[in-house]
Design a protein around this ligand. Structure first.
Ligand code: CA
Length: 325
């Protein structure tokens, strides 16, 4: 299994190792999986290609990285102002999303399995306050993916930097802002030491799906029993990791605000409204540019609209008592 994560990377990387171990234990050792961090066998962003060539049987990564190879993949990763993990998983498992995900990757001889989720991310770290849309103009920010395209439309100069360069770029002022993941991952790389304001919500990634990429020819050599083990272990890890992120993000946010005096800020409503407008434009453009993306987006959007009334009724009552919103 090649992965897109540094060795023992908190959350994502540890999840890949746990998934491999889970598969070994579940199958009495018949699936014996060796996990490689990014760059040990292949670079982080070549995981899909390596599995597609059949040189490697398994890859652990995130769909947001494959916009070049599979434009529709971005819609399985993170959709700006899109569904949260509850609704996203409902779409995958009960709304036809997973079938479309597999169809989108079929040309690469890969069967994708949802294998984890970061939960809602944070909007990012800023060295100046964002009080209006004008404050975004000319800002230099590390933000990849569809969220980055949205920010570009708002006048932000966006860059994508690898993990190893983010902290220094922010600390030296080479960039004014960055998003990364959430409190747990962000604190682990010290972003609170490089910027003062921590913005929410993470409109760009309300859900951050991770995937296990399985080489189709390799999968077809497995017995039905072992195939079922792969599917079941991924379903287990999908919910286990989300639970872990929710717990650790809460703990880290408390540490950030209480011990490191990080200043939490909410993006102003008019800024969020503008970013949402740009997001819808960009998603329409993505759908118009690629037939598979059009089908995925149509399914995503109609499921999202279908489930929204239920979420509106059910979610506030599901917040544990004592935690007023
Ligand atoms: Ca992110």
């Amino acid at each position: 299994m090649v992965t897109s994560w540094p060795p023992n990377f908190p959350g994502h990387g540890v999840s890949a190792i746990r998934l491999a171990r889970r598969l070994g234990e579940l199958t009495g050792g018949r699936l014996d999986i060796e996990v490689f961090a990014a760059n040990e066998l292949v670079p982080a962003l070549e995981v899909l290609d390596a599995v597609s060539r059949g040189a490697i049987q398994l890859g652990h990564s995130a769909p947001i990285y494959w916009r070049g190879q599979i434009p529709a993949a971005q819609l399985f990763g993170s959709v700006p102002f899109g569904m949260t993990p509850d609704a996203f998983n409902a779409w995958l498992f009960h709304g036809g999303g997973l079938e479309l995900w597999r169809e989108a990757y079929a040309g690469h001889d890969i069967i994708p399995f949802p294998a984890g989720n970061t939960g809602p991310q944070m909007g990012g770290w800023f060295n100046r306050e964002i009080n209006s849309l004008a404050d975004l103009k000319g800002l230099k920010m590390r933000i990849p993916g569809l969220g980055g395209e949205v920010m570009r439309r708002a006048g932000v100069l966006t860059v994508n930097l690898p993990l190893a360069e983010i902290f220094t770029a922010l600390q030296t002022g080479a960039i004014d802002a960055t998003e990364w993941v959430g409190p747990y991952n962000d604190m682990a790389i010290g972003l609170h030491q490089a910027a003062r304001y921590y913005y929410y919500p993470g409109w760009q990634e309300p859900s951050g799906a991770l995937e296990l990429l399985v080489s189709k020819p390799a999968y077809e050599t497995l017995s039905a029993e072992l195939q079922y083990a792969v599917e079941t272990a991924c379903i287990a890890e999908n919910s286990y990791l989300l639970a872990e992120f929710n717990t650790r993000n809460h703990d880290a946010l408390k540490t950030l605000t209480e011990e490191h005096q990080v200043e939490l800020r909410r993006f102003p409503d008019d800024v969020l409204e503008a970013l949402q407008r740009y997001s819808l434009e960009i998603l329409d453009e993505l759908a118009a540019s690629d037939p598979m993306a059009a089908r995925v987006y149509a399914s995503y959007r109609s499921f999202s609209a279908k489930i929204e009334p239920w979420l509106r009724i059910s979610l506030p009552s599901n917040v544990p008592s004592g935690n007023a919103r």
